[in-house]
Design a protein around this ligand. Structure first.
Ligand SMILES: Cc1cc2nc3c(=O)[nH]c(=O)nc-3n(C[C@H](O)[C@H](O)[C@H](O)COP(=O)(O)OP(=O)(O)OC[C@H]3O[C@@H](n4cnc5c(N)ncnc54)[C@H](O)[C@@H]3O)c2cc1C
Length: 459
């Protein structure tokens, strides 16, 4: 019987195939020490992806698509016998059009590279997140990633005009629409956006660009109560005339934890407020925008919506403020082992959610730390929880506390990271039976042999 790897050698150059122990560790996801995938394939174009999938489908072999492996829910994890298809060599930028304002690129292009290229023609690629140096366009699309600019530009889905994907039987579905308006039949790209590599492998995409902002006005704010926080969001959203580009909130435990664990981090405000907000306005006129921004914050201060504010005076100041929100993985390491969460709910319920979570954690565990922060303007909070161990039993208990409250509030257990393997047991707490049944019907119809990322999202 022909070894499947020998068949792959007739499709792609042998030097782009790695087998068993030769697969570098970065492709193995969280199961690094458990089991090796059978092989890693690194195709360079859609036709190679198509031929690989035909072979895998005929032989009923499991395929795991991988981009930059920055996903946080185990969507790219592999088991023994799996075939990894890494899209990293589909990394060509085909076109950047400043008039239509589109980027046309391969799925393996790294976000930061795309952002830099787009910047050269004075445009902006709206998707941005901490993993910009490793996440790929295909990975961002297949997880429908959120990030720092959702309040202004929406999730990745909003920026995808078209894409090309290969379905399980090897069919190349080229739907490279570049128009904003196209209502000719079903919007097929939506099947592949956010489906975490379970309905097809994305090979190319058309991304909508925006004019590059010429000004970034950034401030760090201290607030004493949740009603003022909500009012401050509504006020700035209106007052900055659509320019609000980020509204990131940190609960006091988060701020204090960064302060005490990260001595080199420059903290702009004293540790006495209940909430801290990193607010940013994007605009086109550096002088007038800064005036407008300063006036709005002055009004908020005078009217007691906020208690204190520090405004960035330079790009260096701005980066220092963002570091408090973004560059804190060292702090989380110190709290390790940790469990992390990415939930969404109506903004009005967030105070109750935070208080209830901390109360329940306090009565369930003798010693626990719960840090809450996130993209509050998008209804999205992140939690970092430490209970002193990472036993499955503890993890389940914390999951049940957090997802139980989320479920009661009608929120979502995954705001932006996806479901992958990590959250699939809890999908039913956030999606009803009919929704999950329809997902399974779609999966069966596009991938009848269930070769594409099976066991991710749902069983
Ligand atoms: C420091 C850090 C900060 C982050 N911040 C955010 C954030 O703010 N918001 C947010 O939403 N996420 C965030 N993430 C998560 C992560 O960056 C995103 O999920 C990202 O979209 C994953 O892209 P990737 O190329 O690394 O995909 P991978 O991790 O390789 O894969 C993720 C999933 O997509 C599938 N996939 C990958 N490429 C393809 C393809 N071409 N076709 C089909 N399926 C594919 C995989 O099978 C897997 O299920 C962060 C991660 C880190 C490490």
């Amino acid at each position: 019987m022909t070894d499947i790897v020998d068949i792959f050698k007739t499709i792609i150059e042998p030097n782009r195939i790695k087998v068993g122990d030769k697969i570098p560790i970065k492709y193995l996801g969280k199961n690094k020490s458990l089991s090796r995938a059978e092989c890693l394939l690194r195709p360079v174009n859609s036709e190679e992806v198509s031929s690989i999938l035909k072979v895998c489908n005929d032989n009923k072999r499991i395929v795991v698509a991988q981009g930059g492996m920055s996903g946080l829910v185990g969507g790219g994890d592999t088991n023994s016998g799996d075939i990894i298809v890494s899209l990293e060599l589909l990394n060509t930028i085909y076109e950047i059009d400043p008039v239509d304002r589109v980027l046309i690129a391969g799925a393996g292009v790294i976000l930061q590279h795309a952002q830099e290229k787009v910047d050269e023609i004075d445009c902006m690629l709206p998707v941005d997140l901490g993993a910009r140096g490793s996440a790929t366009l295909g990975g961002l699309i297949s997880t429908n990633a959120g990030g720092n600019r959702v309040i202004r530009y929406g999730m990745t889905r909003y920026s995808v005009l078209g894409l090309e994907a290969v379905t399980a039987n090897g069919e190349i579905i080229s739907s490279m629409n570049r128009m904003i308006k196209n209502n000719a039949g079903y919007d097929l790209k939506q099947l592949f956006i956010g489906s975490e590599g379970s309905l097809g492998i994305i090979t190319k995409c058309v991304i909508k660009l925006y004019p590059k902002p010429n000004s970034f006005s950034t401030a760090f704010v201290g607030i004493d109560n949740f009603d003022s926080l909500k009012e401050f969001l509504t006020y700035t959203d209106k007052e900055l005339s659509g320019g609000l580009g980020a509204f990131e909130v940190m609960w006091s435990d988060y701020y204090d934890c960064v302060k005490s664990n990260y001595p080199s981090m420059q903290m702009p405000l004293t540790s006495k407020y209940k909430y801290y907000v990193l607010i940013e306005m994007l605009g086109s006129d550096p002088i007038k925008d800064q005036e407008k921004f300063t006036d709005a914050l002055g009004f908020a201060l005078n009217n007691k919506l906020i208690e204190d504010v520090v405004i960035a005076k330079s790009d260096t100041d701005r980066k220092k403020l963002w570091a408090i929100r973004e560059d804190v993985y060292e702090v989380f390491k110190k709290l390790s082992p940790i469990f992390t969460y990415d939930v969404s709910m109506p903004i009005k319920d967030m105070e109750f959610f935070a208080d209830e979570t901390k109360k329940k954690m306090g009565s369930m565990f003798k010693d626990s730390t719960t840090l809450i922060f996130g993209h509050l303007g998008d209804g999205n909070l992140h939690l970092v929880v430490s209970v002193g161990d990472d036993h499955d039993e503890s993890h389940r208990k914390v999951n049940n506390i957090i997802y139980g409250i989320i479920s009661d509030l009608g929120g979502s257990i995954s705001a932006e990271h996806g479901i992958g393997t990590e959250k699939k047991d809890y999908l039913k707490m956030t999606r009803n039976k009919q929704e999950i049944d329809l997902m399974k019907t779609l999966k069966r119809s596009l991938d009848p042999n269930s070769i594409l990322n099976p066991g991710k999202i749902f069983d």
